[in-house]
Design a protein around this ligand. Structure first.
Ligand SMILES: *Cc1c(COP(=O)(O)O)cnc(C)c1O
Length: 385
């Protein structure tokens, strides 16, 4: 069977039909080495020189992700942050960058610092607002538009195809942080984006046992070689063991994401109608302000991420995050276990996150247990209602 006739689920489940030639091992081997011996002619055997540049296990994981993203190439990094930072470092000096005002808060902090140091110039726009984005883009000067959809905080949605048009008309490239929507549901490159970016720590990894980041693009992207150079200089490539865990994880990406999505939809519907809840911010709900845009660009579920605004006194949400028994009070997202977070405490008072917001990452546990636990936490804080 030809690989290119196979569905992404099939390619991922069988790690691109890999069977080890020598041993028949169904699981790809992990090759952990820092350096590669040359052959008798002093030539490189398979192009590998030194593990700060590339290694076979990491390359294998990159090939799987490229197949899922529909990209020419993918580059894995040792965290989502090191991946996204490499894009900005590959831009020409003094580049103008436009980024959302609300997105993953550490990415935002890093951009603000680069701007404060004069390395880039930076403007923000409210997530999802294409008119405001158009106003911030400076033709000929803007080099990078950075969007995140669905976006951390309120899970607002930006129309990727429309943002790509705006960026391209001004001579800029579009990077989409698609962490909350892995390629089994959203493929930014197909919608015109230049770079698809994921914190692979989240859904791609899915088991909360390592950090990773990945960029995918067409190889004719003018800064692609420079991004690879940045990774080689900085040594931010994903090491073999984590790449091996990631290959393991990608085998089940489609079913994990489907399970998180159906659990989250049931959870969101249950609590959207609850008298103790002000709003459930979940792009899968028809009441979400940009549900139609989400439905247009997320083809296989809306994922497990939502924010829930709690009715009652200011500190009720914070108290609830301490009262859940099943939801684990930890940051991060996209794992098989459900997490709860009082986001304002984590992202800081300048983040614009309301005090009554709980960020929830729904996992693959039984939906009845998840609903019962959240009900129980609402009950335990009823005196603050
Ligand atoms: C976690 C996250 C990042 C950063 O990734 P790390 O792997 O933690 O470095 C970037 N964007 C989004 C949307 C995230 O959730």
């Amino acid at each position: 069977m030809k690989k290119n006739s196979l569905a992404p689920e099939t390619l991922a489940a069988q790690a691109l039909r890999h069977i080890d030639e020598a041993t028949g091992s169904v699981v790809p081997p992990m090759l952990a080495t820092s350096t590669f011996a040359r052959d008798e002619n002093y030539d490189l055997r398979e192009g590998y020189i030194y593990s700060r540049y590339a290694g076979p296990t990491t390359t294998h994981a990159e090939e799987i992700i490229a197949a899922l993203e529909g990209s020419d190439d993918s580059l894995l990094f040792n965290s989502g942050m090191s991946a996204s930072v490499a894009v900005v470092e590959a831009l020409p000096p003094q580049a103008h960058v436009v980024a959302q005002g609300m997105m993953y808060h550490v990415g935002l902090q890093w951009l603000d610092r680069q701007a404060a140091r004069g390395v880039i110039s930076l403007d923000h726009f409210p997530a999802g607002d294409l008119d405001a984005l158009a106003d911030q883009i400076q033709p000929g000067k803007t080099k990078l538009v950075w969007i995140e959809t669905p976006a951390n905080g309120d899970w607002s949605i930006t129309d990727i195809a429309a943002a790509a048009e705006l960026a391209h008309a001004a001579g800029a490239i579009l990077m989409v942080d698609s962490t909350a929507a892995p390629p089994c549901t959203q493929k930014p490159l197909d919608l015109g984006a230049d770079i698809s970016f994921h914190s692979a720590t989240k859904y791609m990894g899915g088991h909360s046992d390592f950090t990773a980041g990945v960029l995918s693009a067409r190889t004719d992207l003018h800064i692609w070689d420079e991004i690879r150079n940045v990774r080689s200089f900085q040594g931010t490539i994903l090491p073999a063991f984590e790449a091996w865990l990631l290959i393991r994880s990608l085998r089940t990406l489609h079913i994990r994401y489907a399970a998180c999505s159906s659990n989250a939809m049931a959870f969101a519907k249950h609590f959207a109608a609850h008298r103790d809840i002000e709003t459930v911010l979940y792009p899968g709900l028809p009441t979400h302000p940009s549900h139609h845009v989400a439905a247009n660009q997320m083809h296989n579920g809306f994922g497990g991420m939502m924010s829930i605004l709690i009715n009652g006194k200011d500190n009720r949400a914070f108290e609830m995050a301490k009262k859940t028994e099943l939801f684990i009070p930890a940051t991060s997202l996209g794992g098989v276990e459900s997490l709860i977070e009082h986001r304002r405490t984590v992202a800081g008072p300048d983040s614009g996150i309301p005090d009554n917001l709980l960020r929830i990452s729904i996992g693959i546990e039984h939906i009845d247990d998840l609903i019962a636990d959240f009900e129980q936490a609402l009950g335990a804080t009823a005196h603050l209602g």
